[in-house]
Design a binder for this molecule. Structure first.
Ligand code: PMP
Length: 442
């Protein structure tokens, strides 16, 4: 069954829609687990690319969905609103910091929400240019890919108004010094970028991921985001946080920037926002989102079914104390991974906040040569042993750990033992590299 299904999928589903799928046909998913059609169960450390924040198939979301669909399946909220969309917007405004009038825009994906930023921020500021970071992933539509600095998007011709600067990566400092990382990146921005190709008076906004996820799960130095905020205020540039992957509790606070007491002008949300349903949001200063009428709207934006799923998801995060769980179990996970780092030389760096964790693999700790093949091998072996993990990073050498926020200590112990086994198998050359290559799509 599984093989026939995979063949059929290969024939009819566009390659442009997918990358390196696990060779399994998924039958069902519940909580932190995914079950294949052959009955094998996997502990999912990816949460389906950070979508299943509250876990898969939450019964509370399921019953709300049924209720909502049967009472009002759809109304075009754009012309005739009903209450769920409004309640959702009120809730999002309540959890987003900032003592100024805010509004909410609603869409379907991280990409369309970042397109909202790409269109509306320059318009609202009456300035044409934007700044983003090398390695950033903001989406695949034209506006969001223009904002992105990830290799996945750089092959496309996007809008030319976005200048990319280096992300402050403490493990691989772009200007050579970890101690002076913040100073050096911001000096580059002020002394080079502002004085040459992107003057501050033409710069509408700077968009940043508080932890750069697809770029390699990179945590900036403690002083970087507060200093970036100060710089934005000085030049009256909007500061936008893309929280699509790391927002909504994953880092142990509602938002990644909450760790630093920074208040952005706009926050972009997606992925886990809908508990598995497609919904995204921008929560921003009123003057940004009110800059024009009907200039960034989609027919099914804010539909009641997705809105109700989102409202319930946010309530579950609070009721089940998932932010606290992410903080406490995230710390535990990180400590256990540090123990693995002591055991295996290939683990060059372990980093993260809450349940957004990266494990960077290198050929040796001195040269820090990225070990992409070994990273793929570990992910593949984990899959064989019942654990789903992906790799990210511009060098494809960072194991990304973003499980559902519901993950328990016992499940973390299980994950650690499978990772340990995989590293040991790699050391003993017990992993079938031909299968790894097939799996990784090389
Ligand atoms: N922003 C970030 C930070 C992301 O990680 C992603 C997806 N990886 C996106 C935006 C794009 O989201 P979507 O795939 O829902 O369009």
């Amino acid at each position: 069954m599984s093989k026939t299904f995979l063949k059929a999928e290969e024939q009819v589903i566009a390659n442009s829609l997918k990358i390196r799928f696990y060779p399994i046909a998924v039958q069902s998913a519940k909580g932190t687990r995914i079950t294949g059609q052959n009955g094998t169960e996997y502990l999912d450390l990816t949460a389906g690319w950070a979508v299943a924040g509250i876990g898969y198939g939450h019964p509370r979301v399921s019953s709300k969905l049924k209720e909502q669909y049967e009472s009002l399946s759809f109304t075009s909220q754009l012309s005739a609103p009903e209450p769920t969309m409004v309640s959702l917007a009120e809730k999002l405004i309540k959890i987003t910091p900032g003592d100024f009038p805010k509004k909410v825009w609603l869409g379907h994906s991280g990409s369309d929400a970042n397109d909202c930023i790409a269109k509306l921020v320059p318009l609202a500021k009456n300035r044409t240019r934007m700044i983003s970071f090398m390695g950033s992933y903001h989406g695949q539509t034209m506006g969001s890919l223009s904002l992105s600095g990830h290799p996945a998007q750089s092959q496309f011709i996007g809008s030319g108004n976005v200048v990319k600067i280096p992300y402050p990566n403490p493990y691989r400092p772009p200007f050579g010094e970890t101690d002076r990382l913040t100073d050096q990146v911001l000096q580059f921005l002020e002394q080079e970028v502002f004085k040459t190709i992107c003057p501050p008076e033409h710069t509408a906004g700077i968009i940043i991921e508080g932890i750069q996820s697809d770029g390699g799960l990179i945590v900036p130095p403690e002083n970087f985001l507060p200093r970036l905020e100060m710089l934005c205020r000085r030049y009256e540039i909007s500061l936008i946080f893309d929280e699509v992957k790391v927002g909504l509790g994953r880092t142990g606070k509602w938002f990644s920037f909450d760790h630093y007491d920074v208040v952005p002008d706009a926050v972009v949300l997606g992925k886990s926002l809908g508990g598995g349903l497609p919904i995204s949001a921008v929560v921003a200063k009123k003057e940004i989102l009110d800059v024009g009428t009907g200039i960034h709207m989609f027919t099914t934006s804010g539909n009641p079914v997705c809105s109700v799923a989102s409202l319930e998801t946010l309530q579950i995060i609070e009721d089940e104390r998932l932010i606290e769980n992410a903080r406490v179990n995230g710390e535990y996970f990180l400590k256990e991974l540090e123990k693995l780092q002591e055991k295996y030389e290939w683990i060059g760096d372990v980093r993260g906040k809450g349940l957004a964790i990266g494990v960077e693999l290198v050929e040796d700790r001195f040269t820090k040569t990225p070990a992409a093949e070994k990273t793929a091998a570990i992910c593949y072996r984990c899959f064989e042993l019942g654990l789903l993990v992906f790799y990210v990073g511009i060098n494809s050498n960072v194991i990304e750990i973003t499980p559902p926020l519901t993950i328990s200590k016992e499940e973390i112990d299980l994950a650690i033992s499978i990772l340990d086994q995989s590293f040991s198998d790699l050391q003993e050359q017990k992993i079938n590299m031909d299968l790894v290559k097939q799996y990784a799509g090389w």
